[in-house]
Write a protein that binds this ligand. Sequence first.
Ligand code: SAM
Length: 238
Amino acid sequence: MLIVFLLDCALELVPSEISSFKDVQKQAGRKGKKPNEILLDQTYHGRAMTKLDKSDRRGRPDIVFHSLVTLLETPLCKEGLLQVYMHLQDGRVIEINPDVRLPRNYDRFVGLIEQLLINGRVPVEGEPLLQVSKQNLSSFISKLRDESPNAETILTIEGGQKTSIRSFRDLLPDDVSVPVVIGIGAFPHGDISDDIKQLFNKHLELDREIMMAWHVCAEVLWIYSERVEVIRQRYSSV
Ligand SMILES: C[S@@+](CC[C@H](N)C(=O)[O-])C[C@H]1O[C@@H](n2cnc3c(N)ncnc32)[C@H](O)[C@@H]1O
């Protein structure tokens, strides 16, 4: 089972410090919503965001959108061998039902995430597709280690151990019953905190340059899929 954690996602509702800014009010008005009901987005709120702490790592919901579109509904996901979580910058973790069909349209995705952050789950009633978890990242990983002591925890990070695609593949267990947790930063700039780094046993650098989070998601997804031979198994089952 591959478990992908999108770390420190640049995904949040507009914070109160900038809700009175003209650009924010204007965009909220266009959407027929209150400022604190819309997602913070550098494209629309860049000027107001200069007033925010750590603004360069916030307000990029598109990073999460592209990463999720890359991961979900893939053969690995359809085989029930992929679980994806969003870890937000306030520490909350969002569980994603692997059966979720994400909107293909970015604006509709934004609407869905706004509902999630306002209500804590989507849909509000019935089986949740997305919901805020009761666990945080640290308790999730400790629990996983207690249940599966041989679980692998790998952080993809610049400055980690330089790793070619082939050696990355060889590091991964081919037994799907061994959980593999992979952490990928879903923010535009800055570093992953030491608190998060120390939760992962291995730190791997996958290229000499910085990659987009969704390219790292693609590499991880397809290398793991190849390692556990998911496509071969899907053919042999027909
Ligand atoms: C655009 S980066 C975020 C920027 C930030 N400077 C960082 O290093 O975390 C998105 C994420 O993709 C992963 N990533 C990017 N380039 C990488 C590389 N060369 N090797 C391994 N992981 C990489 C990391 O998880 C990173 O957090």
